[in-house]
Design a binder for this molecule. Structure first.
Ligand SMILES: O=P(O)(O)O[C@H]1[C@@H](OP(=O)(O)O)[C@H](OP(=O)(O)O)[C@@H](OP(=O)(O)OP(=O)(O)O)[C@H](OP(=O)(O)O)[C@H]1OP(=O)(O)O
Length: 271
């Protein structure tokens, strides 16, 4: 879809997110050392790890000591949202296993002037929604803010309510949740995003929200969404009144296959 067509959609349906232009870096693959700082130490399993949906995982930054866990996922691709350099062990693993490594630098919502640019957002979503990339791991540094925001957009495209999305975001961000992230999540316009993505030439676009709702019917797509009425943008005062996530019923693979709407397209390869 060209810029003119995107502009037309925005004019008729509103902005994807309420924003003003922001500077961003958008790269793929290796980066120069001067762009980054050293990763923090970590050991054992990937920190802040979770299964988002069949074929989609999220975590904090994968360090050399996390390689065993990383290998066990049988990944086909990895999406890195930060400029932090990876270890030699990680780069070797990626190369040896023919893993597609995407890198899109997503700015952190540290103050109100920082906005994730629309093209950055769309590029990220295209990768996350493309089943030919599955199994995919999405990670940033801590797996809280950037990853949380991108997964939130994915959830919104799949018909989750803001309340359910914010509950999940906070489950990973803990007490480091950012009201600016939550404002971004609330302002993300899934309808506009869907229309723009429908015009983009990717193998498997997400389901239309209406078809997700048709498929899932009533009750709403996720049990936490019955907290929708009490949702508000987080403040320090509201942190104590959060809805509690339900106990998860996970399969051996770490998720419940039946709990998620399926993207279009053929099933990914066995993993
Ligand atoms: O305290 P602050 O608000 O200044 O934030 C610190 C740091 O907090 P800490 O020092 O208490 O650990 C954040 O870590 P947490 O809040 O996740 O624990 C970190 O977020 P992060 O992990 O990269 O976020 P994700 O990987 O999840 O997206 C953030 O990096 P930036 O978002 O890139 O700015 C840092 O900012 P700075 O020092 O300026 O680089």
């Amino acid at each position: 879809m060209d810029a003119k067509a995107q502009k037309k959609i925005v004019q008729s349906h509103g902005h994807l997110v309420s924003h003003k232009p922001a500077r961003h870096i958008n790269t793929k693959g290796k980066i120069s050392a001067e762009d980054s700082g050293p990763p923090s130490p970590s050991s054992g399993p990937l920190n802040n790890f979770g299964a988002v949906a069949p074929g989609i995982y999220r975590s904090s930054f994968p360090h050399a000591d996390n390689m065993e866990h990383l290998r066990s996922l049988g990944l086909k691709s990895i999406l890195t949202l930060v400029k932090t350099p990876h270890s030699e062990e990680f780069l070797g693993y990626v190369e040896e296993n023919g893993i597609e490594h995407f890198r899109i630098i997503v700015p952190a919502h540290k103050n109100p002037s920082i906005i994730i640019p629309i093209d950055t957002l769309l590029e990220t979503l295209k990768i996350i929604l493309n089943r030919s990339n599955y199994p995919i791991l999405i990670h940033c540094n801590k797996g809280k803010h950037r990853t949380g925001c991108m997964i939130a957009c994915y959830r919104k495209l799949n018909g989750w309510t803001d309340a359910a999305i914010i509950t999940e975001y906070r489950a990973f961000a803990g007490d480091k949740y950012r009201p600016l992230d939550e404002a971004f999540i609330a302002s993300f316009n899934a309808e506009v995003a869907q229309q723009i993505l429908d015009g983009v030439d990717i193998p498997y676009a997400p389901l239309h929200i209406s078809s997700v709702q048709r498929k899932l019917g009533s009750p709403p797509p996720f049990p936490w969404s019955n907290h929708a009425g009490s949702f508000r943008i987080a403040t320090e005062d509201s942190a104590d009144s959060l809805p509690t996530p339900p106990p998860s019923e996970k399969s051996d693979k770490g998720y419940d296959d039946d709990a998620w709407p399926s993207p279009r397209g053929p099933s990914p390869e066995p993993w």
